[in-house]
Design a binder for this molecule. Structure first.
Ligand SMILES: Nc1ncnc2c1ncn2[C@@H]1O[C@H](COP(=O)(O)OP(=O)(O)OP(=O)(O)O)[C@@H](O)[C@H]1O
Ligand SMILES: [Mg+2]
Length: 291
């Protein structure tokens, strides 16, 4: 870490100590329980942030898709991101997951992992799971087989073919199947599931890897009202165990799940607060909600 960053870190740490007294993060997110005790492979969230972006910018052919974007997310938080088409929501996820490199800025996972130093697979391995809009399940495999494929094992491809589930893995799969409402559909081919069920299965395929942070881009697009309602329940059940960043245009869904909502516009944060607060913000009404 550069001396500048360390100094900035010390300043923010002191600010956080103040904010911690009222249970808030610097950006307004609520703090979930966190601890200084860390096991190997864990993320240091002692400063109350699982994700931290500061002054991030990226241009495509001279067009600034992300423009001095700063935001942070608390451990266990479910943060909703809204904003007009082209605001930079997906590009922000591309940057966090290492798909796109920013031209400048800081992106940290916890307080010690500089994500800009890692590749996309390394970032996934560290515990940042991403769900794209289109479901990408293996249609010719069953629900169970799809999930089984994603279990973390130390085995190579060849031994994976003969891999038998141990009881810890079986328990984990059963838990995930229950969470994603597919416990009664384990032997169904993924290709025969409804659109919503495929989305849940893909979320389940992320959950088997026990991600610390989940990024979900328009997860309820194309779902029926009932599927959308069950997805809201699912996300609320994941909150606290995982940190979630959810991008959605469906405002009734956002209303059901949101605590803090961040509004992106022209590549930076236009407003942030509860849904009621951002919905009554004149600038947000003008660029997004009032359309
Ligand atoms: N790889 C790229 N090359 C060129 N332009 C890009 C690239 N990725 C994104 N953009 C542009 O950056 C801007 C932000 O796009 P982005 O997809 O992040 O918006 P978004 O907020 O996710 O919008 P939506 O709500 O429609 O999904 C858009 O103008 C888009 O055309
Ligand atoms: Mg998008």
């Amino acid at each position: 870490m550069t001396p500048d960053l360390m100094e900035e870190g010390a300043r923010r740490a002191s600010a956080y100590r103040e904010l911690a007294k009222v249970g808030k993060t610097e950006s307004g997110g609520r703090q979930a329980g966190f601890s200084r005790v860390m096991a190997a492979g864990e993320v240091d969230v002692a400063h109350g942030r699982i994700l931290y972006l500061e002054d991030v910018s990226v241009s495509f052919d001279g067009f600034k898709a992300i423009n001095k974007l700063s935001l942070d997310i608390a451990p266990g938080e479910l943060r909703c991101i809204i904003g007009p088409n082209g605001a930079g929501k997906t590009t922000m996820m591309d940057i966090i997951t290492g798909k796109t490199r920013p031209d400048e800025g800081t992106v940290f996972f916890g307080s010690t992992i500089d994500l800009l130093r890692f590749t996309e697979p390394e970032i996934a391995q560290m515990g940042i799971g991403r769900k794209f809009q289109k479901p990408t399940v293996f249609e010719h495999l069953t629900v169970f087989e799809n999930l089984e494929l994603t279990l973390k094992t130390d085995k190579g491809v060849k031994s994976s073919m003969f891999f038998r589930l141990d009881s810890a893995h079986s328990d984990r799969l059963a838990e995930v199947l229950h969470t994603i409402h597919l416990a009664d559909s384990t032997t169904r081919l993924a290709g025969n599931l409804s659109h919503g069920q495929k989305q849940w299965l893909e979320i389940g395929m992320l959950l088997t890897q026990d991600p610390k942070l989940l990024l979900l881009d328009e997860p309820v697009a194309g779902m029926t009202d009932e599927e959308t309602a069950r997805t809201a329940e699912l996300f609320l059940s994941l909150k606290g165990k995982h940190s979630l960043m959810v991008v959605e245009h469906d405002m009734s869904f956002i209303k059901t799940i949101s605590e803090i909502v961040t509004v992106l516009c022209d590549g930076s944060v236009l407003a942030q607060g509860t849904l009621d607060q951002v919905q009554s913000d004149e600038r947000v009404i003008e660029v997004y909600l009032g359309r």
